[in-house]
Every structure is written in structure tokens, then in C-alpha cells.
Design a protein around this ligand. Structure first.
Ligand SMILES: *Cc1c(COP(=O)(O)O)cnc(C)c1O
Length: 416
């Protein structure tokens, strides 16, 4: 039960704020590493990480130092001028990712919009699709953000009901795992993508693992087959790694698990080191060079402050071995969660420190379970009614994972 102090803030937020979220009843005011504190001083372990935006941990001292120093020097210039931090960041991200060209924005949704624009221009100017006819194929259950164009191709009513008319030019095929194929040969999901391709298709846009849909992990080989299909049909494969990228799955990018390379890559969330919003679309020069001065932009995109923080955030991924930690801690966490013997658990799945636990809905709702875990000092978030996700900051240590496992086991086995 929230204290009267917390109650006051909860009431204020619901009185003056739009109700487009339904937060758990806890009012936070401090974060450090993998921990968060509420206004009464109670301590919690963070298993949400702001939907994977907090990979480095809360208030990383080295990132705080960077933000402090750079903000004293130069923060915002707009892209009317060149700046050192921006140039350095572009070079770093390009070298690290192997993509020739980088376009920065602020939020994930803006980077997805950028990818859509890039794909369409490539479709018209490189592939020769007739004007206004370009089509992009997405996957069912997708989550790519909240703009009107992006919700146009969502397959989830909650995201789009009442927001039409929608942007045309999109079609949804089956994400792997959303259809019942019993063998690779019969894989319906690749078939539905293939069937939807026509001469006006410019791109396939998917998440390598679907986050908001409930950490849906496709079978091994699926992404590779999608890559082959795109190459064969001369269409771009664009991956939204806003949530799966930058170490979350135990590799720098989730597509590395399949040894492929997409034509376009979308990053966001953890790129800002859990301090600032910064996102990016990455591709070859051939694709990116269809953007000309004046054709696209963002006032804050690539500002010196965010660029400097993002550069340091990228360095720290390696200096602090966050990607390796995601793999070893993730493997350990996943195997231990799978060991929990309870009839309320339907499935535990994931990669790296990105784990979804699907519940048998009849027994308990994911939201109720989150509430019970909150009382034990664990901050978790459900996705849809039946899945709880566990996505702690990538710097989390084994002691904290063991502590969490202990609490999760206790709560789950207490439900008869
Ligand atoms: C969070 C997310 C987005 C949207 O990012 P915002 O910063 O909230 O606009 C897009 N795609 C995926 C896969 C995400 O997880």
C-alpha cells in the first residue's frame, strides 16, 4: 500500500496528467545503478530499466560527469552549425556498427519515421517504384512507436483505435511464432512475407525479437531466411533494434545471433546512457544519400550534449563489459527462472537480460503478480495481460539476480 506521501503524488498525477499510462502504485525519486528508491526511502531492484533504456544503470557517475562538463560548455545548437561532439559521435557509431552513415533523431519513433522515409526514397529513386506506390511489410504484433504513421501499421487495437485515418503503404505478415508451423520447411511466417511482396515493395521492417508483444523470440534461422528473401527480391531489410540493440540480448545487435546484416538499423533507448533521449537510423550511403538538405531533420537531433553522452555510453558498453554481462547474467537468470516449478508459469523465454515470463492467465494476472513483486522490493512490468518481463540494467551483478530470483520464486510459489 502506498504511504500518504506517495498517495498525494499519485493523486496529483492522475488529477493533472493525461491517463495514457497506468503506473504501479509507487512514487520514485532516486536511482543508482540497478536500484530505485521511493519518496519514503524504500529501495527496489529495477527489472524494467525504462523498457531497456537503462542499460548502464541509473545515474552512472561517468555519464553524469560528461553531462555536467558538456552542459557547461555547449548543449544545443541545432543542425545549422557543425559541432565536435556530433562529428565524433557519428564516427564512433559508424565504426562500431559497420554502417556507413548515421542520421540522428531524439526518440525511437522519430528514428522509425526516418527509416520509413529512407526506405520510401530508396524505393522511388533507386528501385524505380512509381511515385506514392511504395509499400513496406511489417510483422503482426509489432511495436515501433506511437506516431500516427507508425500506429497505422500496428496490429494492436489499443494502439490505433480512434486515431485514423491511417497512413497507407503498409501491410502486416506473420511474425515467427504467431503462426503454427510445425517445421522450418512449412514456415508460414516466411511464406506470408513472401506472398505480400510485389513490385512496389521497398522494405521489410521488423523487430528481431518483439519486445512489447511479450518478448517473442523467433526460431533460429528465421531472420536469416528473411534476409535471404529481401536480397532475392531486392527489398531493404530494416531492423528496429531500439529495444533489442546495444547489448540487451547479449550481443551488440540482436541480428548478430543470426550472422546477418540488415540494410537499415534503428537504435534508441539505451543509446542515451539512461540520461537523455537520442536515437539513430543507420544505413549505407546509397540509401542515406537520398536525404538532401531540407528533406528531413530535427531541432534537437544530434545536439552536442546528447552526442557527447551517447559517445560515452557506447564506450562504456565495452569498457564495463555490459554486453558480456548481459549474456552471462541473462543465461543464468533465464535458466533459473525456467527451474521454478509452478503451474502458473506457461513459458519462460528470452535472450540476454531480456526475459519474458508468460503466465497461465486463469491463475493470476501479470499485473497482479507485478503488484506482489513490488511489495517484495522488485519493480517489474507486465506486457499485455499475461507476460511479465524481466529486463534489469545490463550492469546488474549475480548477487542482485540471486536476490531477485529468491523473491520471484517466493511470490510465485505462494500462489496456489
Ligand atoms: C520503445 C520502442 C520504440 C519507440 O521508442 P520511443 O522512444 O518511445 O519513441 C520503437 N520500437 C521499439 C522496438 C521499441 O521498443
Amino acid at each position: 500500500m502506498p504511504s500518504s506521501l506517495q498517495d498525494e503524488y499519485i493523486k496529483k498525477e492522475s488529477l493533472y496528467g493525461a491517463k495514457n499510462y497506468s503506473p504501479l502504485s509507487v512514487v520514485l525519486n532516486k536511482g543508482e545503478g540497478a536500484y530505485l528508491w521511493d519518496v519514503d526511502g524504500n529501495k527496489y531492484l529495477d527489472m524494467v530499466s525504462a523498457y531497456s533504456a537503462v542499460s548502464h544503470g541509473h545515474s552512472h557517475p561517468k555519464l553524469i560527469e560528461v553531462i555536467h562538463e558538456q552542459s557547461k560548455k555547449l548543449s544545443i545548437t541545432s543542425r545549422a552549425f557543425y559541432t565536435e561532439p556530433f562529428a565524433d559521435f557519428l564516427e564512433k557509431l559508424s565504426n562500431l556498427s559497420g554502417f556507413e552513415s548515421v542520421l540522428t533523431m531524439n526518440t525511437g519513433a522519430e528514428a522509425v519515421e526516418t527509416a520509413i522515409k529512407a526506405a520510401r526514397r530508396w524505393g522511388y529513386f533507386s528501385k524505380g517504384i512509381p511515385e506514392d506506390k511504395a509499400e513496406i511489410i511489417v510483422a503482426d504484433g509489432n511495436f515501433h512507436g506511437r506516431t500516427t504513421t507508425i500506429v497505422s501499421f500496428s496490429t494492436d487495437d489499443a494502439y490505433k483505435k480512434g486515431f485514423g485515418p491511417f497512413t497507407p503503404g503498409f501491410d502486416a505478415a506473420n511474425f515467427c511464432g504467431s503462426c503454427e508451423c510445425d517445421s522450418i520447411e512449412k514456415c508460414l511466417s516466411i511464406n506470408t512475407f513472401e506472398k505480400k511482396i510485389n513490385e512496389n515493395t521497398c522494405a521489410i521492417l521488423v523487430e528481431p525479437i518483439q519486445g512489447e508483444a511479450g518478448i517473442r523470440v523467433p526460431r533460429e534461422g528465421w531472420l536469416k531466411e528473411l534476409r535471404a528473401l529481401c536480397t532475392e527480391k531486392n527489398i531493404l531489410l530494416i531492423l528496429d533494434e531500439i529495444q533489442s540493440g546495444l547489448g540487451r540480448t547479449g550481443k551488440l545487435f540482436a541480428y548478430e545471433h543470426e550472422n546477418i546484416k540488415p540494410d537499415g538499423l534503428i537504435l534508441g533507448k539505451a543509446l542515451g546512457g539512461a540520461l537523455l533521449p537520442i536515437s539513430a537510423f543507420l544505413s549505407s550511403k546509397e540509401i542515406m544519400n537520398h536525404f538532401k538538405p531540407g528533406s528531413h531533420g530535427s531541432t534537437f537531433g544530434g545536439n552536442p550534449l546528447a552526442s557527447k553522452v551517447a559517445s560515452k555510453a557506447l564506450d562504456l558498453l565495452f569498457e564495463e563489459k555490459l554486453i558480456e554481462n548481459s549474456k552471462t547474467m541473462g543465461d543464468y537468470f533465464l535458466s533459473k527462472l525456467k527451474d521454478i516449478d509452478s503451474k502458473i508459469i506457461k513459458e519462460v523465454r528470452g535472450k540476454g537480460l531480456w526475459i519474458g515470463m508468460e503466465l497461465n492467465n486463469a491463475e493470476v494476472s501479470a499485473k497482479n503478480l507485478c503488484m506482489m513483486l513490488l511489495n517484495e522490493g522488485l519493480l517489474c512490468k507486465e506486457t499485455h495481460e499475461t507476460v511479465i518481463r524481466f529486463a534489469p540494467p545490463l550492469m546488474i551483478g549475480k548477487k542482485d539476480i540471486d536476490w531477485a530470483l529468491n523473491k520471484i520464486t517466493k511470490v510465485i510459489t505462494s500462489i496456489k
